[in-house]
Ligand binder design. Sequence first.
Ligand SMILES: [Zn+2]
Length: 314
Amino acid sequence: MYYVGIDIGGMSIKIGLVSCDGKIINNRAIATNSELGYEDMIKRSADLVFELCRESGIKADSIIGIGVGIPGTADSGTGIATSAVNIGWKNIPVAEEFSKYFDVPIIISNDANCAAYGEQKFGSGAGFNDIVFITLGTGVGSGIILDKKLVQGFACAGAEAGHMVIQIDGELCNCGRCGCWEQYASASALIKQTKIAMQSYPFSKLHSVASKYGIINGRTAFIAAKEGDNVAQTLVDTYIKYVAIGLINLANIIHPESIIIGGGISHEGDLFIKPLQKYMDNNFHASGMYPTVKVVCATLGNDAGIIGAAALVM
Ligand SMILES: [Zn+2]
C-alpha cells in the first residue's frame, strides 16, 4: 500500500510515492506552467504518478490515497482550492479534477499545513500532540496541530499566523494590512533589512559577504555576524526578536509542546535557534511555571511538502 504526495508550488509541482512509514519511494518534479490551466496541470501530475509507479514496479491500484498541498487557501472539506494567487487559482475543484484519474480518497490542504502534518507525523514533531510549524520564506507560513489534528478554522481559512500584526501602522503587507508579522520575520524581510543596513553602513562586512557570494540573501547577515561584524550582529539580533515576538504570541495563545521552524533561515542552526529559544524563555507569559516551548528546526527539508501531503490521507 502506498500514498501519493503532491506539492504544488509556483515554479514546480513535486510528486512522490510515499510508503506507510513516511518514506519517499520515488519522486520527481515537473514545471507548474500554471498558464496552461488547472486541468492541464492536474493531468500532467496524474501522468507522472503513473510513470513513477511503473518505474518503481508498483501497481497503480496499490495507491490508497492522494494528498495535495496548495500554495494558498484550500478547503479540505470540499476539495476546492479557494485561492492561490501565485498560480492564478480561484475556486478550483482540485480533488474533483484528480478524481478523473484516481478512484481513491483525495485530500487537499494549504502547503504549510501539509508540512506541519509531515513534521508532526514523521519529522522533528514526532511524538508530540500539540505543535506549531512555521516556515520562514517569501512570507511566513504556519500550520497548527492540536491533539494531533490540523487546526484550519472555518472553510480552512485559518492558521495564517504570518498575518498577525506585530506593529501598528507598520510595513504594508500583500494582504492589504500594515504591520503583519511576515513583513518582519520572513526571509524576504531579512533581505530587505540587510539591504537597508548596507546602505546606511558602507564599511560593514555585509558588503564583502554579499560580493563574495554574489548575492544578498537570508544568510548574508548571519555570515557577516559570524565574522564579527557589529552591524550584521545587530541586524541578526533584531531579526531574531521579530521572529520571537510572533512565536511568543502563538505560545501564549496555544502553548504547544514544540514550535518547529522550516525554511532556509532554519539552516543557520544554533546561531539562530539558541538566541531565539532564550528570548522566548525570557518572555513567554508563564516562563518558569511550565515547561518551555521547545523551538527546533524542521527535519524533513525539501521532502516536507511531499511527505506532508501524503500524510494528510494516512
Ligand atoms: Zn498580511
